[in-house]
Design a binder for this molecule. Structure first.
Ligand SMILES: Cc1cc2nc3c(=O)[nH]c(=O)nc-3n(C[C@H](O)[C@H](O)[C@H](O)COP(=O)(O)OP(=O)(O)OC[C@H]3O[C@@H](n4cnc5c(N)ncnc54)[C@H](O)[C@@H]3O)c2cc1C
Ligand SMILES: NC(=O)c1ccc[n+]([C@@H]2O[C@H](COP(=O)([O-])OP(=O)(O)OC[C@H]3O[C@@H](n4cnc5c(N)ncnc54)[C@H](OP(=O)(O)O)[C@@H]3O)[C@@H](O)[C@H]2O)c1
Ligand SMILES: Cc1cc2nc3c(=O)[nH]c(=O)nc-3n(C[C@H](O)[C@H](O)[C@H](O)COP(=O)(O)O)c2cc1C
Length: 759
């Protein structure tokens, strides 16, 4: 189709949609709804009041601050939403402490050349996550490109920022080599340009306690902030960000969101269609039908690893080997019921609410509305992660009685108590409220003490439910119409807690158990019907190998989705979107590749090897068996516990090796198998790399081999990198610390050493 035709089709689809939802999508600029009696909080003079006109430059945040009367702009560099949450928290705290109103901004949407025009009674706050090799997030790239320019020039022709006051908080993880590098780099640069930092630079470590790092940093920073900006504490106190209105009487049922993730998904689900119109991305995920799914571990009952395939045929979705897929889970039934019960909303679960932001520049409505109370808890807010100390301290004011208030205040303010009663047993927010009120945490929750927390405060306090990302484990050349995921199911025991008779509790990962539920329900709908109750996956009589999967306590989810939109013709659908990555093979098969991926780290390498298989098939079609003669070797270092237990895709690798005509070598470390090092310790992938150092080092140093590591960032990736450093250092006649580190740095700069790791 010609691009003009495409445009006409797109406009024809979008205009009716926007008209239909003109009142329900304030976040796309719809008419703000009237505030309604019963909602808490008075309407503040936020964005819109005093107005930013169409004629104004939308990329000029300084002009916007001026016009809207904001004294701070808070920029967040985020990939998965955490930095945005912290940015909003800082903006809210500026308001509640000092009555200061802020703009919360995505840096990608603004130009930074006017930083020199920020007067000294205002401040710019940066909240920045670090990724990759100490890189900024995608949405902070333009900011970094501009500010790091050697000859940076600001709007008034100068190249200094003497008037600028800034605050900086970094989000990172110490298991990565370049801890909080983004925040450090911007801090250094702003200082060099003459700007003044307020307080210390904050550095959060999400491997340990991001929340605690933030809490222990912010009070000192606010103290400095009040001095520098000459503002007094005791501003506006606990202010509402949203107005919530129950709208059952005024909204047509088909316009109510039941968990649909976009306006287009609502049109589709309300019309009983299978898929939303248009193109698919993080703003409009595609409910992908589940194709094949299977258990990859030869389970003895303790661990699961699910292979699941999402059908993308006919959607226009494309992907490349090395890309990630975002999976959008929902919250499990028990947590939804618990949250509704402790807020006294169980009876009103289907009541739709409209939500209006009182200050859209500070807090956008985090989900589409009108939506039912139940859908907010099931699909839109994160009620499944560990409750944060600040949220607990904040909610204490709404306690139903003095004893509960005292308990919550203690847990929210005393680090030790929080650690013992909340962090240790990994309590979720509704569990914390139950626990503080001395209610049972075990369903049913019919007698739960009701906490009179206004719903707008719930929306303002709890984070949005985020998608989880998986390294795609297929190649689009072999599998153009499906995206494969290899997900190890997260289940671990928490620390013991006094409230739980000094016993640990099982904690279940949200998304991986959602995926496991989908897999089990798909089995039940196919080969083994009967394991499914009302669109909920529970336990199932499972066939063959899978009969022994342990299902005790497995959380159940409403996987049939909003309005059962995710179940058609007995096939389940899961909302997904593709995220591009730079984790790629060299184009030429004549370049050697060394892949290191123990455990689920093997996921993208299955895609890489399939990619080379597809290329080999094509080459052989043209040139026969001889076609691969000058191909370079392909190494895959893989590790798991036992060959007969968790060897992922064990049956596939020999097939790939055959097709790759001996160019592919799979080198395996079975850490809990019979083979041990002479000292009795485990053999890991890095030991096998070391054994092959005489073969690998020349390939890297002379034949321009590419190296890839995927999987656990915390221990494995570091240990492998250390060993590579040693190997290259010694091959260069030097040491790991000097020559080895230098070689690895060079390889990284030349994109010949890439990592795809998580912790
Ligand atoms: C780029 C990228 C690629 C990824 N690729 C894959 C992949 O291919 N396959 C795969 O399986 N996963 C992959 N992951 C991980 C995946 O995104 C999820 O984080 C993982 O599946 C867990 O999600 P969940 O919702 O089940 O767990 P959540 O409910 O999100 O729980 C995870 C939380 O539990 C904590 N936690 C975990 N274990 C413990 C423990 N023992 N004690 C205390 N706390 C603990 C973690 O720190 C984390 O905060 C990838 C991650 C990234 C960033
Ligand atoms: N944050 C999350 O939500 C999340 C999700 C998934 C996985 N993870 C983490 O990612 C890691 C991998 O998980 P997985 O289930 O895919 O794999 P896994 O089965 O835990 O580990 C794969 C193999 O790597 C070995 N290994 C352990 N430590 C190593 C080290 N320092 N260097 C090299 N190899 C090492 C293991 O050996 P032994 O076990 O015998 O020592 C095993 O043989 C785990 O640490 C897990 O906790 C985190
Ligand atoms: C793939 C990946 C790479 C990361 N790389 C780094 C890094 O190089 N340095 C660092 O300090 N933290 C690193 N982190 C940790 C993130 O910065 C941290 O999890 C942060 O809270 C994410 O914030 P966000 O949710 O706003 O994107 C990495 C995390 C992931 C998942």
């Amino acid at each position: 189709m010609a691009s003009v035709d495409l445009l006409i089709v797109a406009v024809a689809i979008l205009l009716p949609l926007l008209w239909w939802f003109r009142e329900s999508l304030p976040f796309i600029g719809g008419k703000p709804r009237q505030s309604v009696a019963g909602a808490s909080g008075a309407k503040a003079g936020g964005a819109g009041a005093g107005g930013f006109d169409d004629d104004d430059d939308p990329r000029d945040f300084v002009g916007k601050m001026e016009k809207l009367g904001k004294r701070a702009a808070v920029f967040y560099g985020t990939q998965t939403g955490t930095a945005e949450e912290y940015a909003i928290r800082l903006a809210k705290e500026a308001k509640s402490r000092f009555g200061i109103s802020s703009l919360v901004c995505d840096p990608e949407e603004y130009d930074f050349n006017k930083l020199d025009q920020i007067p000294s009674d205002k401040a710019v706050i940066f909240v920045l996550a670090t990724y990759g090799e100490g890189d900024p997030t995608d949405n902070a790239q333009p900011l970094f490109e501009f500010i790091l320019e050697e000859n940076v020039e600001f709007s008034q022709g100068g190249n200094t920022l003497e008037n600028l006051n800034y605050v900086i908080f970094g989000l990172g993880n110490r298991t990565y080599e370049h801890f909080n590098e983004t925040a450090r780099q911007l801090d250094r640069r702003l200082a060099a340009l003459g700007a003044h930092r307020i307080g210390e630079r904050g550095e959060g470590d999400d491997d340990k306690a991001l929340e605690e790092d933030y809490l222990s940093w912010k009070d000192g920073m606010w103290e400095e902030f009040s001095k520098r900006l000459e503002v007094e504490e005791g501003g506006a106190g606990d202010v509402a960000d949203f107005v919530v209105t129950e709208v059952a009487e005024t909204v047509a049922p088909e316009k109510v969101f039941h968990g649909e993730l976009s306006a287009r998904a609502l049109v589709a689900s309300a019309n009983k269609s299978t898929t939303p119109a248009g193109s698919y991305d993080a703003k409009n995920p595609y409910p992908a039908p589940v194709g094949t799914s299977r258990e990859l571990f030869a389970v003895s009952g303790e661990r699961n690893c699910v292979h699941i395939e999402f059908d993308i045929s006919g959607t226009g979705i494309s992907y490349m080997h090395g890309d990630h897929v975002g999976v959008w889970p929902s919250n499990p039934d028990a947590e939804v019921e618990r949250a509704l019960a402790v807020l006294g909303l169980s009876e009103k679960r289907h009541t739709p609410i409209a939500v209006e932001s009182l200050d859209p520049a500070l807090a956008k409505v985090p989900f589409p509305t009108p939506a039912t109370y139940e859908s907010v808890f099931r699909h839109y807010l994160d009620i499944s992660s560990l409750a944060s100390r600040q949220t607990i301290a904040f909610l204490a004011r709404y306690a139903p009685n003095e004893q509960a208030k005292e308990t919550l205040t203690t847990w929210g303010t005393d680090r030790e108590a929080y650690h013992e009663y909340v962090d240790g047993p990994k309590l979720k927010i509704a569990e914390v409220l139950q626990s503080a009120a001395r209610d049972s945490l075990t369903p049913p929750f019919t007698n739960a003490t009701v906490w009179p927390i206004p719903f707008d405060r719930i929306i303002g306090t709890l984070p949005r439910l985020q998608p989880r990302y998986y390294s795609i484990s297929s190649s689009s050349k072999l599998n153009p119409s499906s995206v494969h995921v290899t997900a190890v199911v997260l289940k671990y025991e928490s620390g013991p807690s006094k409230d739980h008779a000094d016993q640990p509790r099982w904690v279940y990962g949200l998304s991986t158990n959602f995926i496991l539920n989908v897999k089990l329900a798909s089995d039940a709908n196919g080969a083994n019907k009967g394991a499914l109750t009302n669109g909920h996956a529970h336990t199932g009589g499972l066939a063959g190998n899978e009969a022994s999967i342990r299902l005790d306590g497995l959380p159940s989810y409403k996987i049939s989705g909003p309005r059962d939109f995710h179940l058609h013709d007995n096939i389940y659908r899961v909302p997904i979107h593709i995220r591009r990555s730079t984790f790629r093979l060299p184009t030429s098969p004549k370049v050697p590749i060394i892949m290191i991926g123990p455990g689920t780290g093997v996921a993208p390498f299955r895609g890489f090897v399939q990619e080379r298989v597809a290329l080999a098939r094509k080459a052989k079609e043209k040139g026969g068996e001889e076609a691969l003669k000058d191909w370079a070797p392909i190494y895959l270092f893989y590790g798991c516990r036992r060959e007969d237990e968790d060897y992922l895709y064990a049956e596939e690798w020999p097939e790939y090796a055959k097709e790759l005509g001996g160019k592919f070598q799979m080198i395996t470390a079975f850490s809990r198998g019979p083979n041990r090092k002479p000292d009795g310790s485990k053999i890991y992938v890095q030991d096998l790399i070391w054994d092959k150092r005489d073969e690998l080092a020349p390939l890297i140093l002379e034949k321009r081999a590419y190296i890839y590591i995927c999987g656990d960032a915390k221990n494995m990736a570091r240990a492998v990198e250390d060993r590579l450093s040693r190997m290259l250092g010694e091959a260069k006649g030097g040491t790991a610390e000097i020559q080895g580190a230098k070689e690895l740095k060079l390889l990284k700069e030349r994109n010949r050493f890439m990592t795809d790791v998580w912790s």
